[in-house]
Design a protein around this ligand. Structure first.
Ligand code: CP
Ligand code: NVA
Length: 301
């Protein structure tokens, strides 16, 4: 069988995605029982980070160690990646020495090019366009708290960014409805929206978007790489803050998620992350379990 990559959620079938999300909860239970499970003994992961990270780095590195393997952190500052070595050459060389590669970078095309030249699985750990690993954890968290998300309504508030795009893919793969409230000029990718228009509703009103929703999700207003737009975005996103009062328009048992890091007082009110409807810290922990399920899926035959 040819090498499987995980560049977007669409690299998995709906069935594979559901199985993986459930397996993540099993792996969580195995770890919580203190059982040793090392299916990746002697396997090595290369982790290429061109952007900062806390959760992604810690979860992949800890996950590989718990599975009996090893992870190495590669930064463009200390490797030839930052000195212009072609991606295709880097992919051939790195993949000849390790068993899986994880990349966090700006351009989604770079990850595609790396994968096209890699002999081992490549995982997208965030690009400007997608953040599929986060969605594995988000979906695991929803399933654990509320059961299957099929037929539910999810609301995205804020920027039509990489997280929003991955929510669109999740809506397609797991069959839920997605309301999106973003300011004019910050809509998600037009083509992606057009391909999924039967399940997407875009509005400029956060209250309208949240009404009847089972899950409300937001993210920072300025993503990594957009730091210089911070001030301008703060003005444009005024009114798009998620707060307990906004959540009161959602269904009674609605949950709140945020991939973190969060900016309290901007996209979330000071008290939103501590609200009983917020599951953001379960969501963050589930990055570990969900990515272990992904590694097992891609690497253990
Ligand atoms: N949510 C997320 O990807 O966090 P990090 O940027 O800390 O990895
Ligand atoms: N949209 C954010 C997500 C961070 C995990 C970013 O790309 O910076």
């Amino acid at each position: 069988m040819s090498t499987r990559h995980f560049l977007t959620l669409r690299d998995l079938s709906s069935e594979e995605l559901r199985t993986l999300v459930k397996r993540a909860s099993e792996l969580k239970a195995i770890r919580n029982r203190g059982e040793v499970y090392e299916p990746l003994k002697n396997k090595v992961m290369a982790m290429i980070f061109e952007k900062s990270s806390t959760r992604t780095r810690v979860s992949f590195e800890a996950g590989m160690a718990q599975f009996g393997g090893h992870a190495m952190f590669l930064s463009p500052r200390d490797t030839q990646l930052g000195r212009g070595e072609p991606i295709s050459d880097s992919a051939k060389v790195i993949s000849s020495m390790v068993d899986v590669v994880m990349i966090r970078t700006f351009s989604h095309q770079l990850v595609e090019e790396f994968a096209a030249n890699s002999t081992v699985p490549v995982i997208n750990a965030l690009t400007d366009e997608y953040h599929p690993c986060q969605l594995l954890a988000d979906m695991q968290t929803y399933f654990e708290h509320r059961g299957d998300i099929q037929g539910k309504t999810v609301t995205w508030i804020g920027d039509g960014n990489n997280m929003c795009h991955s929510y669109i893919n999740a809506a397609r793969q797991l069959d839920f409805k997605l309301n999106i409230a973003c300011p004019e000029g910050f809509d998600p990718d037009e083509k992606l929206v057009a391909e999924n228009q039967e399940r997407i509703f875009i509005t400029r009103s956060p209250v309208e978007a949240v009404t009847g929703s089972d899950l409300v999700v937001t993210d920072v207003w300025a993503s990594m790489g957009q730091e210089e737009e911070q001030k301008e975005r703060e003005a444009k996103f005024d009114g798009f803050q998620v707060s307990p009062a906004l959540m009161d328009n959602a269904n009674k048992d609605a949950l709140f998620m945020h991939c973190l890091p969060a900016h309290r007082g901007e996209e979330v009110s000071m008290d939103m992350l501590e609200d009983p409807r917020s599951v953001v810290f379960d969501e963050a922990e589930n990055r570990l379990h969900a990515q272990k399920a992904l590694l097992e899926f891609l690497m253990v035959k």
